[in-house]
Design a protein around this ligand. Structure first.
Ligand SMILES: C[S@@+](CC[C@H](N)C(=O)[O-])C[C@H]1O[C@@H](n2cnc3c(N)ncnc32)[C@H](O)[C@@H]1O
Length: 247
């Protein structure tokens, strides 16, 4: 998958895109990540990309000319890509959107700064605005990283063990089950017996039950939309009744 990122701060991405899973995916050719300096499309001597807002007031606005030139070029180079502006006014990012984006041939991510982007650029080039939550960041770079990292996990081969993604929170609408590692006893607390049993079916049952319990405890709202089987519903009733212990 190819992802182009348009920013006035390319060095922001240096470390995050050169570490861990993302780095390995790039090395193996699974992810083609290209960070572009918007200033390269500014034509004046000082490579200016912002200007004062019409109507006055605080802050600056990202000028339309460099952005338009950059997006015209990137969209021509990468015709199947979805052009996305990171914006607090966008669709709120969640695992459903991650899955939708993971199936796309590519993305062009536009990182805003200052008060935002001239509205005519949005009208002309932006396919969709995406927000990572109802709060305001200083720039779109942090949000672009969230999009890259989450979408990368959807690309086949990027996460070494695909079953670990299937177990993660939100994959099937539930939170993940609890995890334990050695030692079996730590500060008076033991690892649940089912996990020590070596019985794969018992372990799978324990994990499903505890995923349901975690979700009920921490995010009961998710249960309304989760795809639950009749067995899940029966288990939930037992958990609510205090009739399903955690061992
Ligand atoms: C200071 S913000 C501008 C906010 C804008 N004046 C508004 O209130 O809608 C600067 C840039 O940060 C990015 N940004 C801020 N909050 C964001 C969020 N929640 N999700 C995605 N991008 C965000 C956008 O690219 C935005 O153009």
């Amino acid at each position: 998958m190819r992802i182009d990122i348009l920013t006035i701060f390319p060095p922001f991405f240096d470390s995050p895109l050169r570490e861990g899973i993302i780095h390995r995916a790039r090395e193996r050719g699974l992810l083609d990540l290209r960070v572009h300096d918007l200033r390269a499309w500014a034509t004046d001597r000082h490579r200016v990309t912002d200007d004062a807002p019409y109507g006055g007031g605080a802050g600056m606005v990202m000028k339309p000319e460099p952005l338009s030139a950059a997006l015209e070029q990137l969209r021509t180079e990468h015709p199947g890509a979805r052009t996305v502006l990171l914006s607090p006014q966008g669709r709120v990012w969640n695992q459903g959107l991650v899955r939708e984006y993971g199936a796309l041939p590519g993305l062009i991510l536009v990182c805003g700064r200052y008060e935002g982007v001239d509205e005519r650029v949005i009208a002309t080039f932006i396919d969709e605005e995406v927000s990572i939550g109802d709060y305001v960041l200083t720039g779109g770079e942090t949000a672009a990283l969230v999009v890259v990292e989450t979408v990368a996990r959807e690309v086949p081969g990027v996460v070494g063990q695909p079953e670990s993604v299937r177990q993660d929170s939100f994959f099937d609408g539930l939170l993940d089950h609890p995890h334990y590692t050695r030692p079996a006893e730590f500060r008076g607390r033991s690892v649940p017996e089912a996990l020590l049993s070596g019985d794969h079916a018992a372990i799978a049952r324990w994990r499903r039950r505890e995923a349901l319990r975690q979700t009920l405890r921490k995010r009961p709202d998710l249960l309304e939309k989760a795809a639950l089987t009749p067995e899940d519903r029966a288990l939930l009733e037992r958990i609510k009744a205090g009739d399903a212990d955690e061992t």
